[in-house]
Unconditional design. Structure first.
Length: 200
C-alpha cells in the first residue's frame, strides 16, 4: 500500500526538525565562540606562582597559550621560584605544558580541568656554606582546575589550582650541608597560579 504523499512529507518534516535545531545550536555556539574575547588563537602572559609541600616556594613566570579548538587549548609555561627551608636556600626552574579542556565557558569566562607534564631543575644551597650545593632534574605530571575571565582591550586574568607529582631525588638542606637521596622517589606538592594575559 503506497503512503499518501502529503502525510509522508509531514512525517519527514517533523523528523528533520530536531536535527535542524541541533545544527542551528551548533552554529550558534560557533558564532558565540567566534565573538568571544577568549576565542583568540594565541595569548601571552605573566604568572605568579606559589608551591606548597615539603617546601614552600614563590616566584614568577611566563606562558604562551595556543587555542586548538573551541574547547581545547595548550599552555606552555616557564616558572622560576625560590624559598628557604631549615636554613637552606632552594630555587626551582621549571618548563612544561598543560592541556586545557574548556568545556564550561561563556562569552567572557571559562572554567576548565587541565592535565600536563613538566621538567624541573631544583637547586639547594646551604646558607652557611656556599660550596655545599646539590641540584637535581625532576620530571613531573600535573592536574588541576583553572578559570579565566576576559577584561577590556584583549586582556584576561586567570587562576589555577594544581596537584603535582615529581619523579626525582629528594634534597634536604641545612645551615651547613645539603644531602640528596641516592634513590629515585615520587613525591607530591600543591601549586597555585595567578596569571594575566594579552590575547592576539
Amino acid at each position: 500500500m503506497r503512503p499518501r504523499t502529503p502525510a509522508f512529507l509531514v512525517v519527514l518534516v517533523l523528523a528533520a526538525y530536531p536535527a535542524a535545531g541541533f545544527t542551528q545550536g551548533v552554529g550558534a555556539s560557533s558564532r558565540r565562540d567566534a565573538g568571544s574575547p577568549l576565542s583568540s588563537r594565541v595569548s601571552v602572559g605573566v604568572r605568579a606562582v606559589a608551591r606548597f609541600g615539603d617546601y614552600t616556594l614563590g616566584g614568577v613566570g611566563g606562558q604562551l597559550t595556543i587555542r586548538l579548538g573551541p574547547a581545547v587549548s595548550v599552555a606552555l609555561f616557564t616558572d622560576h621560584m625560590a624559598g628557604t627551608r631549615e636554613g637552606s636556600l632552594r630555587h626551582d626552574h621549571e618548563v612544561g605544558g598543560t592541556l586545557q579542556l574548556r568545556l564550561l565557558r561563556g562569552e567572557r569566562w571559562a572554567v576548565f580541568p587541565m592535565i600536563g607534564a613538566c621538567a624541573n631543575l631544583a637547586v639547594v644551597h646551604a646558607a652557611q656554606s656556599p660550596d655545599a650545593t646539590v641540584n637535581d632534574i625532576q620530571f613531573g605530571a600535573r592536574a588541576g582546575i583553572g578559570a579565566e575571565v576576559a577584561l577590556a582591550g584583549g586582556f584576561s586574568v586567570g587562576a589555577e589550582a594544581l596537584a603535582l607529582a615529581y619523579l626525582g631525588h629528594r634534597i634536604t638542606g641545612w645551615g651547613w650541608r645539603v644531602e640528596s637521596s641516592p634513590e629515585l622517589s615520587v613525591f607530591g606538592v600543591g601549586q597555585s597560579v595567578l596569571h594575566a594575559d594579552y590575547r592576539f
